[in-house]
Every structure is written in C-alpha cells, then in structure tokens.
Write a protein that binds this ligand. Structure first.
Ligand SMILES: NC(=O)c1ccc[n+]([C@@H]2O[C@H](COP(=O)([O-])OP(=O)(O)OC[C@H]3O[C@@H](n4cnc5c(N)ncnc54)[C@H](O)[C@@H]3O)[C@@H](O)[C@H]2O)c1
Length: 346
C-alpha cells in the first residue's frame, strides 16, 4: 500500500515515515511537503538506509500523489506564535487544513483512500475532513489520544518499574486538556492496576499529569514530539494496511456512544481495512463517562466557533455517507479486499 505523508518534511511527518520504514508494512512511502527541498532530503535519507531495512519504494512527491495513495497522513501544521491565543492558532491551522483538503480533492482523492489526520487541533480537523473531503467518515481517522495513551502507559510503567508493554491503560475523549484517564479498566499484566503493588492515588495523579503536560514538555526540551508520535502514527497506519483490527483510541465521528453526538473524539475503535470498523461503548465510572461528555461539549463549542467563521456551507457532504451507527454496526461487516485495496499501479 502507498502511504503519502503531507507535511512529511517536518518533525512529526519524518518520524512517522521512519517508523513506517521499520514497520515494513507499507510498500511505498511518499513524502510531500510545502518545503520541497526538505521533502527531497527526508525521502533521500530514508532511501539511503533502505537496503538495510526493507524493500519499499521511498519517494518525494507532490499533491498529485494523493490520487494514487491508499493512505494519506496529514501532519502539515503551524506552530503557535508568541502571544498567540489558542483560538487564533486553531483558525490558522483550520485554514491551512482546508486549503490542503481542497488541493487534495483537486488532485483527485480516491473514494477508497484512508485519511489519517495528525495535525492539531486533531479532533476539530478530523471533523472538518468528514464534512469537506467527500470521503466516507469511516475512512477518516484522527490520531486522537493514541499518542497520549502511549505516553500514559509508558509513564505508569516507569513509575511502577514494570515492563511498559504489560501496562494497559486508556485515555479517551479530546486530544487536549480534557482527555479522560480510564482508570477503571487499567491493568498490569492482566492484573487490576489499582491493586498492583506500589500503585497509589499520588502515583496515578502524577502519571496522568506527566502525560497531560507531555506535549508542552517536548516542545520545551526538544522543539516538539517526534519518536513517540511517529510510532503512534505507524500503529494506526499499519493496522489499516495489515487489517489487524487493533482496538485503538483514535478520533472519529461520534453518533451517540457515551452520550456524545456530532463531534470527533477518541473512543475504543477497531481499526482495519476500510478505516473505522467498530466503536465500543463499555461501562465506565460516572466520572469517566461525564469526562468524555465534557470533552464532547468543549469540542462542539470550538466547532461552532470555527463554523461561524468559515461558514457551514458543506454540511450536506457529511450526510452523503452513512454516519457510524454503533447499534447496527454496519462497519463491522467484512469488506471485499477490492473495496479498500485497488490494484497497484506502481
Ligand atoms: N495529534 C497528535 O498527537 C500530535 C502530536 C504532535 C504534533 N502534532 C501536530 O502535528 C503537526 C506538525 O508538527 P511538527 O512538529 O511536525 O511541525 P513542523 O513545523 O516540524 O512540520 C510541519 C511541516 O508541515 C509543512 N507544511 C506547512 N504547510 C504545508 C502545506 N500547505 N503543504 C504541505 N506541507 C506543509 C512544513 O513545511 C513542515 O515541514 C502540528 O499541527 C502539531 O501540533 C499532533
């Protein structure tokens, strides 16, 4: 499968490309960036190590490449200027994203493409992509709290001094300050986390706080997240390529689960061929459930502000394809391979 990374010359995009090279599942990695020299450089750098890693095509491309891509990852984004408000940054990134979507559509985005949105504000941009790209919302996945969840698990493991891969703990809701730690289902090697030796309320509070501030810490220490977000993106992309059907906390259009409607946020989601295959609603504590609903309200407010500025003219586009319905679970059906993996042209 061909994976194109728009913004692939930047820190996040290039790290995603590197993780995908080592993941060996993509057959073609294409780097697209407004800075063409950097895109060429990243592609060449990866290509020069390819004989030691995997037999993949690695190229620098242009927007024309989206028309032959099975998965498009969008990591193009702007950073906050000094003294800029959060909403101003949101507006600038929304404008950049809408511009990119327009260019991608003009280049001929295929209807069976998968779109993986990473740029921030990721939940808002994922929602707008659902409205404006013309793609089935099931094929549009935001990275959501996948990175936050990876950080959370790793930070808990560090504090408990246990193997990171044996810690299971989820963060759901918004990729942002209102993200919700789901302590009720957290485990270490299948054992309840809260009963694990060494675990206590202070440790849990500190691990969550460290996770919540991790993005800012990364910006302060090294300019931004790279390695962890790269492997998080690869986790999602490879679950699509390999149809692994991993359950991941990605962001997608919500239609009633946990009492949340008409926003994109993260809930446990089966990711495979066709993108979002199933969403899961489990019994949570009242605090956890309310937390997810508060994330939903907060995101809805931002969407309202964004739509008031850009207009809501394309709201019909989203109705063109069926929203994800957890009751009838239509996305759980097996899709024919041809529906998601067209014949290769390269
Ligand atoms: N969802 C998450 O978990 C998560 C985590 C980390 C970062 N991010 C987001 O990822 C985005 C990228 O972060 P970064 O650190 O890589 O930034 P960066 O500045 O290093 O890279 C951004 C890249 O986008 C490119 N770009 C800008 N406009 C473009 C356009 N119109 N077309 C093509 N390329 C364009 C730039 O040339 C640059 O190479 C930001 O929005 C950041 O907030 C998301």
């Amino acid at each position: 499968m061909k994976v194109s990374i728009i913004g692939g010359g930047g820190l996040v995009g290039s790290m995603a490309a590197y993780a995908l090279q080592f993941g060996r599942a993509a057959s073609h990695i294409c780097i697209i960036d407004a800075n063409k020299d950097v895109a060429q450089g990243v592609a060449l750098d990866l290509l020069q190590g390819s004989c030691l890693v995997a037999d993949q095509r690695i190229t620098a491309g242009t927007m024309e490449d989206v028309s032959t891509s099975n998965i498009i990852v969008i990591t193009a984004g702007l950073r906050r200027k000094p003294d800029e408000s959060r909403l101003d940054l949101i507006n600038r990134n929304v404008d950049l994203f809408l511009n990119l979507l327009q260019q991608a559509k003009a280049a001929g985005i295929k209807e069976n493409t998968h779109l993986v949105v990473v740029s921030n504000p990721v939940d808002i941009l994922t929602y707008l992509a659902g409205k404006l790209s013309g793609l089935d919302p099931k094929r549009i996945i935001g990275l959501g709290t996948v990175l936050d969840t990876a950080r959370f698990r790793s930070h808990i493991a560090k504090r408990l001094q246990v193997a990171p891969t044996q810690v299971q703990a989820l963060l759901l809701g918004e990729h942002g300050d209102s993200m919700v730690p789901i302590w009720s289902s957290a485990t270490v090697a299948g054992l309840p986390l809260e009963q694990f030796p060494g675990c206590n309320p202070q440790l849990m509070k500190d691990a969550f706080e460290e996770t919540k501030t991790a993005g800012a810490t990364m910006i302060k220490l090294k300019g931004g997240s790279g390695f962890a977000v790269g492997v998080s993106i690869a986790e999602v992309v490879q679950s699509i390529i390999l149809d692994s059907r991993k359950i991941l906390p990605v962001s997608s259009l919500q239609n009633g689960l946990y009492g949340v409607h008409d926003v994109c946020l993260s809930v446990p989601t089966e990711v495979g061929c066709g993108g979002v295959r199933k969403l899961f609603e489990l019994a949570l504590t009242p605090k956890e459930r309310i937390g997810i609903q508060q994330s939903g309200k907060l995101l809805r407010d931002i969407i309202d502000q964004v739509e008031a500025r850009i207009g809501n003219s394309s709201s019909v586009a989203i109705g063109a394809s069926s929203p994800i319905n957890p009751q009838s679970n239509p996305q759980g059906k097996i899709l024919p391979r041809s529906a998601w993996q067209p014949s290769r042209k390269y």
